[in-house]
Design a protein around this ligand. Structure first.
Ligand code: HEM
Length: 232
């Protein structure tokens, strides 16, 4: 009885609460504090490690999330693609590779933020919280991919229908009940991240066009005498 109640709270109520927070706060922050919609990039404080963290992280996460979206929107395509074992293996291995790319990028980002004193100074508590949630999200995703196997197929048969039931405002929590704890943790943390999103620098994702991924690298020239500055 208790576990049914918990499942209902986590998979029948939490998604709506976090989506409501996401939309309401995102819109009101955009209307009241438009200029806070920024990644507050620290690229100009340090560029080299920034590149090796930011680029793998962004390419990895964008492709992984596109995979989740396709699984949600077109579950029957995924199932027919997966009907051939070689295609199933290709999909699973690619998902895993992009997940690893995401985690590596994320770890470089976090280590850089901690090790570089200038960058650490401009890092807020909300940034550290976002990194912790992202590490948990990406590592539980990878653990599912490694330990539970063929996730793309059972995503299509049990998670996509649950997500659709949420969209139709009649959550079918029974799809989630029998799933392993790891999967539940991955889903709960995803909705915590979604609810926290509008309070953080992650809002930059919503400001399109987002040219970071293809624009030329920026050259920043300091217009001061560094030597004199160091001595003063
Ligand atoms: C903030 C949102 C999310 C992020 C950043 C995220 C991230 C990831 C990552 C990095 C992986 C490993 C790479 C892969 O194998 O595809 C993964 C796998 C997975 N995720 Fe998510 N995820 C999110 C939300 C969700 C949600 C809401 C669900 C379910 C409703 C979900 C279900 C899964 C499943 C089933 C796998 C295993 C896929 C497989 O083994 O092929 N994820 N996720």
């Amino acid at each position: 009885m208790n576990s049914i109640m918990n499942d209902y709270l986590f998979f029948g109520v939490l998604p709506y609460v976090s989506l409501a927070i996401f939309f309401l706060v995102t819109i009101s922050r955009y209307r009241q504090q438009t200029f806070t919609y920024s990644s507050l990039s620290s690229q100009f404080l340090e560029n080299k490690q920034h590149f090796w963290g930011s680029v793998p992280f962004h390419y990895g996460i964008l492709i992984v999330l596109a995979g989740h979206l396709i699984g949600f929107l077109f579950p029957s395509w995924i199932l027919s693609w997966n009907a051939a074992p070689v295609r199933l293996a290709f999909l699973e291995i690619s998902g895993l590779a992009f997940g690893i790319l995401t985690l590596v990028g994320l770890l470089v980002i976090v280590v850089r933020r901690w090790m570089n004193i200038k960058v650490r100074r401009v890092t807020t508590i909300s940034d550290w919280l976002v990194y912790a949630l992202l590490i948990l999200q990406v590592s539980t995703g990878l653990a599912i991919a490694v330990h539970l196997g063929w996730g793309s197929s059972w995503f299509a048969t049990s998670l996509a229908p649950w997500l659709w039931s949420l969209l139709h405002l009649s959550p079918e929590v029974s799809f989630i009940g029998p799933l392993p704890l790891l999967v539940k943790l991955h889903i709960i943390n995803a909705f915590v991240l979604i609810g926290f999103f509008p309070f953080t620098r992650l809002v930059h994702v919503l400001v399109v066009p987002n040219p970071y991924l293809w624009r030329k690298t920026q050259v920043v020239r300091w217009n001061w005498d560094r030597e004199r500055l160091r001595q003063s």
